[in-house]
Write a protein that binds this ligand. Sequence first.
Ligand code: IMP
Length: 431
Amino acid sequence: MNTVAVVGIQWGDEGKGKVVDLLAADAEIVVRFHGGNNAAHTLVVDGRKLIVRQIPAGVLHPQTVCVIGNGTVVDPLALMGELDNLRSHALLTDPKRLKLSYDAHMVMPYHGAIDRAREARLAKAAIGTTGFGIGPAYEDKAARIGLRLVDLLDFKRLEEKLKRNLADKNAYLKAVLKAPPVNGRQLIEQLRIARKRLLPYLCDTALYLDEAIRAGRKVLFEGAHGTMLDIDHGTYPFVTSSSCLASALFAGAGVAPDRLRAVLGISKAYTTRVGGGPFPTEIKTKLGQRLREEGEEFGAATGRPRRIGWFDAVLARHSARLNGTWGLALTKLDVLSGIDPLKIAVAYEYRGQRYEQMPPGRVLLDRMRPVYEELPGWHESLEHARTLANLPAAARHYLDRIAELTGVPIAMVGTGAARDATIVLRNPFAV
Ligand code: IMP
């Protein structure tokens, strides 16, 4: 199959970066189609950690072309920083390797200022956003006042639009949010620099992708965040402001639905989330703390500690169905070594009623009590396991049960942090 999408089926941070990195070895083009620098992937290059936010995680493979599609929101100032950082690792030095959609909307400093000021006002009721202005940037897109990368072509007109927006945003920041305004003059100078730097990358990416797919080139679509953060199907309002499903790529990359061949769902062997919102299988005991430390569960985008929970099969079924998941990549199985017994939520219970599926609108999720099934754990390290046969019987049983409960076959299993610590059962590009 030559077109594959990788999507998170939990609340983001499922370990998509590593799976994308593995699949990108076979890909020619890697595409981001939604979100912005609220996503973050930690990559390890020559033993050094490197975080990419807007650039696809497939960037490590020198043969890939990285595409940032129209459905994303691009922070031009942060993107320049990311490019500098990559360059210091001698990555992405060839400008032909990066293509930015003319249609992608730009995240401006006033978006970040509004995002952070609103969160501060919400205090305890805050969403727990990354504070990078993603929500306010998508708001402007829907309100038809957003600035797109294509606007960099005609700087005079861009300045006019920007001045109009700044007048409104600064009035709102000052009068309603009681926050300092954004310096317009400084912003215009920064954008002038960004223009020079980014113009060479601008491209009609939808057309480029169509031609590439017709020519049979291998394209990997890299989902950001996770299905439970999807603006329609997630735990609204504790979600991000874009659609996080595989189907978002049709609009967000401008690729027709019949072009996509397979969707690989990525899930941790347990569950995590950052930010606020319901989390039925959250572990609030010391065990959660232990898993957080062993799994190094601190957000790559913001460094915040992640909340930890058991694997939730109700959530996984919901996400797998919405994405049309062909296979499941289960990451970080090694982190569960030494925990016995293990638990999986197979259903929820609320006021004596059993729920096999998500409750309507997911609104009562914070009141749902998980119905757990206990499974035997294992004590061996999985670090060197490279085939299913290398895994302890209890670990194989755990995988089988997840496949059964979700109805999706396991395609890959993560057994450690190293790049090659993955058991590959089905590689979609090889089918
Ligand atoms: P925003 O996307 O910055 O508006 O944040 C909205 C919610 O999505 C918050 O709970 C964030 O923590 C969460 N979020 C956004 N992107 C990611 C991600 O890539 N991984 C995990 N959580 C994320």
